[in-house]
Design a protein around this ligand. Structure first.
Ligand code: HEM
Length: 319
């Protein structure tokens, strides 16, 4: 992950430039997913997936009218193009694995091609591609939005940025310039992770979700019958002063020690359907923070700009 983040920074984050963080975060997130899910790294190969993927995601929640010119129609076309490209990659990889020409792969696709179900059968290319698309959809927007939200707060709050910089420089100085981050280094990023969590508290990627009640219960004087669909929202607990005093204040120390009580900080949901990608997301966010702050001081071009585009000037450190 660190190697890819470094490459991405070298390519896309030009010193002294004014960059739009949101599209860059999306690119970082998508490139990383292509590498780790599929071991696809070639720029043209990634583009063959990212172009139709953005068509699909833009129209996924559009008005479901399948007529030319409508976002929904483009999303369906995008979905078919991704599927075609994924099946091509899957077949090619399967052939190489069978011929034992490729043994080095550590990506999700190669693992899925080698495992069998409870009947000893390998998964079909359709099952594998469905899973990969599912992971791409579930991870892409949520992670890129989290990364952008963190950068937004770092650029907006210099005293927080300085603390993160201090922690990350201590880690950087303990290593050679070409040495990549290790798991132990990630464990040392306690303050940075508190900052990321506080960013996710105030600017969560997901607004909540749905649950079906498995038993009747009473809440705030209302009886909710068994079998009803309920909607849980992230904001209602993340901004509840009972659990987060002065909820509008950006305060990473809320996460010191054992942090907020269970089920009050829920950017990744909770219970048995809690996000399975949360550790991956944590790693991705921390590696990104490390690579950004150790290279640049961040200055927002438009002080109160919402996170939509996020124009930030990248000032390289003096030494
Ligand atoms: C900061 C990044 C992310 C956030 C904020 C996030 C948030 C969430 C939330 C709120 C849910 C619903 C949980 C619930 O209903 O209790 C969810 C589900 C899910 N997420 Fe994430 N997610 C992130 C990254 C990822 C990544 C990187 C992956 C995959 C590598 C992923 C895969 C999934 C999947 C497959 C589900 C469905 C789980 C199920 O229904 O059993 N997510 N995520």
């Amino acid at each position: 992950m660190d190697a890819l983040a470094r490459e991405h920074m070298d390519r896309e984050w030009t010193p002294n430039a004014l960059v739009n963080v949101v599209p860059l975060s999306k690119k970082y997130t998508f490139d990383l997913a292509c590498k780790l899910f599929l071991d696809v790294v070639d720029v043209e190969d990634i583009k063959r997936l990212s172009d139709p993927f953005s068509l699909a995601t833009q129209g996924m929640l559009g008005v479901p009218i399948n007529l030319p010119g409508m976002a929904y129609n483009r999303a369906i076309r995008g979905g078919k193009m991704i599927r075609k490209e994924l099946i091509r990659i899957i077949n090619e990889r399967r052939k190489k694995l069978l011929e034992k020409k490729e043994t080095r792969h550590q990506d999700l696709l190669s693992k899925m091609l080698l495992v069998t179900d409870e009947n000893g059968q390998f998964y079909s290319e359709m099952e594998i591609s469905n899973n990969i698309v599912g992971f791409l959809v579930a991870s892409f927007d949520a992670t890129s939005s989290a990364v952008s939200s963190v950068i937004n707060y770092l650029a907006h709050l210099p005293h927080i940025y300085e603390q993160v910089l201090k922690e990350q420089m201590e880690i950087a100085k303990s290593k050679g310039p070409d040495e990549l981050l290790t798991w132990e280094d990630i464990q040392k990023m306690k303050y940075s992770w508190n900052v990321a969590r506080e960013s996710l508290r105030l600017g969560p990627s997901s607004q909540g979700g749905f649950r079906e009640t498995t038993t009747e219960f009473t809440y705030a004087g209302f009886t909710i019958p068994k079998g009803w669909k309920t909607h849980w929202t992230v904001h209602s607990s993340h901004r509840n002063p009972e659990y987060f005093p002065e909820p509008e204040k950006f305060d990473p120390s809320r996460f010191d020690g054992s942090g907020p009580p269970p089920y009050t900080f829920v950017p990744f949901g909770g219970g048995p359907r809690m996000c399975p990608g949360r550790e991956y997301a944590k790693l991705e966010i921390l590696v990104f923070m490390h690579n950004v702050v150790r290279r640049f001081k961040l200055e927002k071009a438009i002080p109160n700009e919402p996170v939509d585009g996020l124009a930030v000037r990248l000032q390289p450190h003096e030494n």
